[in-house]
Write a protein that binds this ligand. Structure first.
Ligand code: PLP
Length: 471
């Protein structure tokens, strides 16, 4: 349903949710952000000589607060506001954790109601009504319509938790230790996840050897010159190759952190065929590309493959609350009770918002069809920007897109200029050579175009196409 131009979004949390969270469908796009109340602090932040606590007390490890030196006070839909009242369009979406925008009433209403109800907030893996409703909703609206029969595991609240669980399970099921992952992959910051990650700076942070894994070339690594999987097929069939048979291959369908490379559907199908043939498990890490980012709920739907294990996190809660799932074929469920656990697996407020998001956005095709329009609009505009720019090309898929520049410096300059002009835009890739464009899936066409205007102006400033020489 497309929101009417007159939709009144001034009420931040209109009371639309009945008891038991039976949702009436809400407008999917947060087209008209509410008037953001300019609090005293926002309008006249007093200038003081007090040292900045973020500089004096917080670890040097902080990153985003350096690229975006604002103090964000309020957020709604595709926008955030700094303490000083400066408005930003958000093409970052909490690194993919805010696919439905900030403070979407669809998830905020049931959350507020739940928090005030006296219901259980924390429950490890105990049974709660909120968890039951989530599992039923996920089964009925996500798995069944897609013909998927996955067992659901709650591995701990973050992306790296689901990856660790997937790797551990694959090793336990197969009795093999070795893992294969791809060049420029990113799977998280704990040791197992780092061992299958490509980025050398992040890997060095481990401080110990990262073993039991090998990297293989991602789609188009050799610019189409070498036949895909030639090496892999050969070594798997050659008992003298010295390459241990892996427990699993872990892959991202789009490399969100590694430079927005997107695997082709046929490449994914080939990978799936090869892993099946050699009895190797296929893990799709859908932490960033899943939950609608590429246009369908799971990013592998277009390719028509069915991974053995799927990792989900980031936007599964629909609200930015921490939550993760590891999904696997029921035959792979060889865990002993309590063999893999963790204190924060039962985040009930996240179950509530996840349920609300799925019921509102994924109960039928309406949202997915709107999303297809947003994706088409974004890519049309990126085509036109690239035509006017020097050495630029489009990367990614869906709303997980990027602009790659031959000059490695350009993406960072574009992102910095965008920030100055009120747009949050990240860079991606081993040399930060790609501008990453990841607006909320619910962004209005107005906000999308406004953000893209800012990108276009910055690209034309730092990488304008050369004028054709006069004849
Ligand atoms: C594909 C992928 N896997 C895993 C992770 C790790 O998630 P988290 O930062 O929540 O641990 C990320 C984070 O960006 C990711 O993009």
């Amino acid at each position: 349903m497309v929101p009417s131009k007159d939709a009144d979004w001034r009420l931040p949390y209109p009371k639309l949710i009945g008891r038991g969270h039976r949702l009436k469908r809400l407008l999917t796009r947060q087209a008209h952000p509410p008037e953001v109340e300019r609090t005293q602090e926002m309008t006249d932040t007093p200038k003081t000589d007090k040292p900045d606590i973020f500089d004096t007390r917080e670890s040097e490890v902080r990153g985003y607060s350096r690229s975006w030196p604002a103090t964000f006070a309020k957020a709604y839909g595709a926008k955030q506001w700094g303490e000083d009242g400066k408005e930003f369009i958000d093409f970052f979406s909490g690194a993919g954790a805010l696919n439905y925008g900030h403070n979407n009433p669809v998830v905020m209403n049931p959350l507020v109601e739940y928090l005030q109800s006296g219901a259980v907030l924390h429950s490890l893996d105990m049974k709660t009504p909120a968890k039951r409703e989530f599992l039923e909703t996920f089964q009925d609206l996500i798995l069944k319509p897609r013909g998927l029969d996955y067992t659901v595991m709650f591995p701990g609240p973050t992306g790296t938790n689901t990856v660790e669980a997937a790797l551990k399970l694959a090793r336990k099921v197969t009795g093999r230790q070795h893992m294969l992952s791809f060049t420029n992959a990113f799977h998280g910051m704990t040791l197992g996840s780092l061992s299958v990650t490509g980025n050398s700076m992040k890997r060095e942070g481990a401080g110990i050897p990262l073993t039991n894994s090998s990297k293989i070339p991602y789609d188009d690594y050799f610019d189409g010159e070498t036949q895909d999987f030639l090496w892999l097929e050969k070594v798997l069939e050659d008992s003298g190759s010295g390459v241990d048979k892996p427990a699993a291959v872990i892959v991202e369908t789009v490399q969100g952190e590694g430079g927005l490379r997107a695997a082709r559907a046929e490449w994914l199908r080939e990978l799936s065929k090869l892993t099946k043939k050699h009895d190797i498990l296929l893990i799709v890490d859908d932490v960033q590309a899943g939950c609608g980012r590429t246009g369908s709920f799971f990013s592998f739907e277009d390719a028509g493959i069915e991974p053995d294990i799927v990792c989900l996190s980031k936007s599964i809660s629909g609200s930015g609350l921490p939550m993760a799932l590891t999904l696997f074929r029921p035959e792979l469920d060889v865990w002993e009770a309590g063999e893999h656990n963790g204190t924060f697996r039962g985040n009930n407020p996240a179950f509530v918002t996840a349920t609300a998001a799925i019921k509102n956005f994924w109960a039928d095709n309406t949202f997915q069809n709107e999303l297809a329009d947003t994706i088409a609009a974004l890519h049309q505009r990126l085509d036109s920007i690239v035509e006017k720019a020097e050495g630029a090309s489009i990367r990614g898929r869906g709303l997980l897109a990027g602009l790659h520049f031959e000059d490695d410096e350009v993406a960072g300059k574009v992102a910095a200029e965008a920030f100055d002009n009120g747009l949050l835009l990240e860079t991606s890739g081993p040399k930060d050579e790609v501008t990453k464009i990841m607006p909320p899936l619910t962004i209005s066409s107005h906000d999308l175009e406004q953000g893209l205007d800012i990108i276009e102006a910055a690209v034309l400033k730092f990488a304008p196409a050369a004028e054709p020489a006069a004849v």
